[in-house]
Each structure stands twice: as structure tokens, then as C-alpha cells.
Design a binder for this molecule. Structure first.
Ligand code: GLY
Ligand code: MN
Ligand code: MN
Length: 439
């Protein structure tokens, strides 16, 4: 087995242990994502499903993992495409079962074409079947078909699994706490995205279109070995910064405006997610600086609240307090802090949460609340810290603030002693941002 896939085997073993604990054993079946047509005979670039990739590291489509937790011992099986010289000439390399077993560390590997013939035997006499339910519709139908097939053999003395468990719950809990290999991939993803943001700051100029900045980001992602964007890049200038999920990226930028960029690469299956806001001309002007300093203060307050034992919700509350007080100080709101927090009046300018879990998916797996109580932060969890302020033109807002949109977002790994900021190399103070914008 290749060394880098030992972590995946450890994850499979951890899942097998959870299956025993849950139901005394059983069969887990984990399919990967289907290929998705883009138009006519073109496909979207392939991305394996996160659950499958988490457990195998196997990058090809048309693969199914089967994990058996049995009294006789465990079996880790991969079903995948066979070698095929003709298809490999047209579409590229395939591992095939033999190499896949060897490299990815499975006990057995078989051609996917044998899955149907082997599935009913694998599922017979198991107390439980663990599989994602509701993730891929054709797979759900196949699982029902499998259960009926095993049930139809009842007169031969076998029984069908009594229980079908949506395995995503167990896997989500595992994925919430990153292992050392995941942390190191996420560190790299953060570093690459950081240099992409620095490149954008250094190259953006008045008269450019937003998509030209997007091109600079993608340039750096791919130059440094990332495979893709983790999500569509948001390159939002002027009033577009107040559109939270702006995606058009086609506006011409002018001096005197701010540019908000929310962009991150995906590196070996792991996302990064950085937002920075900087002046198109390189210098903050007028009220832009006041709003920027306020969002920065709130982001630093949030970061202080990220440590083991703290509640996930703590840093969201920190953001709301600092921002609401700032809006009062800037004259954007009237009354007292308690009134603003109580009434939610601050939501006119700050209407999202302060962050989310980050991992293989940009909004990653894992519960935020457990039985009504906030999830407690623990070493290995990774989250984003991303307060913002978005001031749309309105009668109750002085014109000097109109169309200012600022978000500052970092990716943070919770450690035993507090946290590690995986995107700390992205300029953030006014002085550092302005210096990074000099060209
Ligand atoms: N870029 C997606 C998010 O910040 O949640
Ligand atoms: Mn983001
Ligand atoms: Mn985010």
C-alpha cells in the first residue's frame, strides 16, 4: 500500500469499529459520485464523492467500497473499473482492480461488473446495512432492490439486514475532526489560496473587469498544484460586494471602490475558503476604512473565541456584539447595544452566520448542535471565521456608507492550545492590505 493511503485505511477501520458498536457488525456500501454531463458529450470535470474519497482516496468514477464487519474478521473490498486499453487511449489511465487493491490497501478488489453478482451474498445474514441514503437516487433504488433480493432468498435459510443505517451520520462525526493528514492538506490548501489573494491584491487595478481578477486567482491555484476551485469564486466590486453570493464577475472596476473576493482552491480533495476586501486603487478612502476596521475588530474577536471547549456558537455571538456596537458608534443604528442585539436591528448590515465547518466540502460535514446544545470545539475541527458588513443604499443610512461591503474570512484549525490560522499569510490589517496592493 502506498504510504499516503494508510490514513484512509485507518478511517475505514474506525468506521468498521463504529459499525460493530452500533449493530454488532454488518455491511457498509459506499458508492462514489456519478459523472455529470455538461452538454452533449462533454462532462463536468470529475470530482469523487467526499465520503467515498475520505475512506479510499480512490479518484475514479464507477467505484463502490464494501466494508464487512463480521465475527470472522473484517474485509475491505473495492469494486472499480477494469483496465481497458481502448478507453484508456481515449479517456486516460484507470487503475484496474489489481493495482487499486495494492496501492490503496484493500483486502480485495473486483471489477464493478461483478458487484451485482456479489452483492446479495455480501449482504446476506448481516445485522445491518450501512450506506448513504438520499445521496444518489439511483443508488437508493439499488439498495431497495438488494434488500428485496436477499429477502427473496429467505427460504434458502438466509436473512436480510434488519436495519438500514444512513452511514452519513457516522462519517460526518468522523469527518468533523480532521486527522494529521487532513490537517496538512488543509494547511497547503490555505497557503495556496493565500498566495492567490496576494496575487489579486498586487495585480488588480482600476479599469479591470472582475473576471480578470478571477483569472489571476485561478492562475495561482493551478500554478501551485491545486486541482480546482472549492466553490465558484466571488469577485465582487463596488455595490456587488453587498450581494452575498454574487457570481457574475463581469463588472468593470473603478478607483475609489472596494473589491470583495471570496475564493479558495481545492487541494487533493480539501477546500480552503478565504475572503479579503481591498481598495481597487490600493488605498482605503473615507468611510470604507471605518467599516473595514470594524469588521476586522469583529473578526479578531471571533478568532479569540475559537479554542477547545468553547461552544461553536460563541464566536457568532462575539461577531454580533462587536458589529452591533460598531454600527451604533458609526451612527448606523440608534439605541443601546442590548436593544440592537435583542431586536436584531444589526441584521440590516450583517445577515449571515460568522462561519461554518470546513473540510472536503466547503460547508463541511458535522453537526452544529447536538441534542439542542451547541457543538463544543475540539482539536482537529476546522472552521471558517467570516464576519462581514454590507451596507445597501437605504433611507436610514448616510450616503457616505452606501454600497460598502466588507467580509474578512480565515480558515482555522482548533488545536490543543487554541487554534492555528491556516490562512494567516493573507494580508488583513489596513497597513498590510494597502502594502500588498502596491504595484
Ligand atoms: N465561500 C462560501 C462561504 O464563505 O461560505
Ligand atoms: Mn467564503
Ligand atoms: Mn465560508
Amino acid at each position: 500500500m502506498k504510504n499516503s493511503y494508510k490514513a484512509h485505511r485507518d478511517r475505514r477501520r474506525a468506521l468498521l469499529a463504529s459499525m460493530r458498536e452500533h449493530s454488532g457488525g454488518g455491511l457498509a456500501l459506499i458508492p462514489t459520485a456519478p459523472e455529470v454531463p455538461r452538454n452533449r458529450d462533454s462532462l463536468f470535470p470529475y470530482r469523487p464523492d467526499s465520503y467515498s474519497y475520505y475512506l479510499s482516496g480512490f479518484p475514479e468514477p464507477e467505484a463502490v467500497l464494501a466494508l464487512v464487519a463480521d465475527a470472522d474478521g473484517d474485509r475491505e473490498i473495492l469494486f472499480c473499473r477494469e483496465k481497458n486499453e481502448e478507453r484508456e487511449i481515449w479517456d486516460g489511465f484507470r487503475y484496474g482492480p489489481d493495482a487499486a487493491r495494492e496501492i490503496f490497501g484493500f483486502d480485495e478488489a473486483h471489477p464493478l461488473t461483478e458487484l451485482d453478482a456479489k452483492l446479495a451474498d455480501l449482504a446476506a445474514d448481516r445485522p445491518a446495512l450501512f450506506t448513504p441514503l438520499g445521496l444518489f437516487e439511483p443508488w437508493d433504488r439499488r439498495i431497495i432492490q438488494l434488500l428485496n433480493e436477499v429477502r427473496a432468498r429467505v427460504r434458502t435459510g438466509v436473512s436480510a439486514p434488519d436495519e438500514v443505517v444512513d452511514v452519513r451520520g457516522m462519517l460526518d462525526a468522523m469527518r468533523l475532526v480532521k486527522d494529521a493528514q487532513e490537517a496538512s492538506l488543509m494547511r497547503r490548501a490555505g497557503a495556496i489560496s493565500s498566495s492567490a489573494h496576494r496575487r489579486a491584491m498586487a495585480r488588480t487595478r482600476p479599469g479591470w473587469f472582475e473576471y480578470q481578477v478571477e483569472a489571476e486567482l485561478v492562475h495561482e491555484f493551478l500554478q501551485q498544484g491545486a486541482q480546482a476551485v472549492a466553490y465558484p469564486s466571488i469577485v465582487a466590486s463596488g455595490p456587488n460586494a453587498c450581494v452575498l453570493h454574487y457570481r457574475d464577475n463581469n463588472r468593470e472596476m473603478s478607483a475609489g471602490e472596494l473589491l470583495l473576493i471570496d475564493a479558495g482552491c481545492e487541494y487533493q480533495g480539501y477546500a480552503s475558503d478565504i475572503t479579503r476586501t481591498f481598495p481597487v486603487s490600493g488605498r482605503f478612502e473615507g468611510r470604507q476604512k471605518d467599516v473595514y476596521e470594524l469588521v476586522l475588530a469583529s473578526q479578531l474577536a471571533c478568532l479569540d473565541a475559537v479554542k477547545p471547549g468553547a461552544e461553536f456558537h460563541d464566536y457568532h455571538k462575539a461577531a454580533e456584539r462587536v458589529l452591533a456596537q460598531g454600527y451604533l458608534d458609526l451612527g448606523l443604528l440608534k439605541g443601546t447595544l442590548d436593544e440592537a442585539l435583542e431586536s436584531g436591528s444589526y441584521k440590516q448590515f450583517y445577515m449571515h452566520r460568522a462561519g461554518h465547518w470546513l473540510g472536503m466540502d466547503v460547508h463541511d460535514a458535522g453537526l452544529y448542535q447536538v441534542k439542542g446544545a451547541s457543538q463544543k470545539l475540539a482539536p482537529g475541527m476546522v472552521l471558517t471565521v467570516e464576519p462581514g458588513t454590507y451596507i445597501r443604499p437605504a433611507d436610514n443610512v448616510p450616503e457616505a456608507f452606501w454600497n460598502i461591503g466588507v467580509r474578512i474570512e480565515d480558515d482555522v484549525l482548533v488545536t490543543a492550545g487554541g487554534h492555528e490560522n491556516l490562512t494567516a499569510a493573507t494580508p488583513k490589517t489596513v497597513a498590510d492590505v494597502e502594502a500588498a496592493c502596491q504595484r
